[in-house]
Design a protein around this ligand. Structure first.
Ligand SMILES: CC(C)(COP(=O)(O)OP(=O)(O)OC[C@H]1O[C@@H](n2cnc3c(N)ncnc32)[C@H](O)[C@@H]1OP(=O)(O)O)[C@@H](O)C(=O)NCCC(=O)NCCS
Length: 161
């Protein structure tokens, strides 16, 4: 059981907690099989943000030769709008930078205003649209990317009360 506050690598045993947040945050949540598939990727990055024993949110992606593909990011509903999504995103981008990625790419539902604001605030730009990329409901995806610096950027110190 995790008792530390902060961003830590997620273990397979913690995926059930991730699934519970998925159910609350996405109209078409990922399944156990989706996470199993991603975990088999040689270079998957899975980080969770903890407050004591509570998993607040997570970010998951794959590390390619020079590209970090951000596959999933979510913050549990009661914890949203408190800076956690931004913190998870910054930590993942820093980790990808340390692993020598030079850019980050992702897809986001066209209607997902909260995520679009977060990504645009975090330096992402729209590269294009992938028609009918999502199902349940069917929807286009914006394709977003941003370059990564040669070294991780300094992070602000976060204190939880
Ligand atoms: C997208 C998500 C991860 C953001 O997490 P969060 O912890 O609420 O984000 P933060 O508190 O760090 O907010 C950072 C910025 O994102 C934007 N933002 C976040 N939620 C927003 C909302 N509901 N409406 C508008 N802008 C929003 C704002 O620009 C915000 O900065 P500000 O608070 O200074 O205005 C969260 O809303 C979520 O889990 N949504 C459901 C899952 C999802 O859609 N994931 C994205 C998949 S691509």
């Amino acid at each position: 059981m995790t008792t530390t506050a902060g961003v830590l690598a997620l273990t397979s045993a913690e995926i059930q907690r991730v699934l519970e947040i998925e159910e609350r945050t996405f109209p078409h949540p990922w399944t156990w099989a989706d996470f199993e598939w991603l975990s088999q990727e040689e270079c998957s990055l899975k980080l969770g943000l903890w407050q004591g024993e509570n998993l607040v949110g997570y970010v998951i992606g794959t590390i390619g030769a020079s590209v970090f593909h951000l596959a999933n990011l979510a913050v549990d509903v009661p914890c949203q709008r408190q800076g956690s999504g931004g913190r998870l995103l910054r930590t993942a981008l820093d980790r990808a930078t340390e692993l020598r990625c030079r850019s980050c790419r992702l897809e986001v539902r066209r209607s997902n205003r909260a995520a679009l604001y977060l990504y645009q605030k975090s330096g992402f730009a729209v590269d294009g649209v992938r028609r009918r990329f999502y199902t349940k409901p069917v929807e286009d995806a914006w394709l977003l990317s941003r370059p990564l610096p040669a070294e991780p950027e300094p992070q602000p110190i976060m204190v939880y009360g």
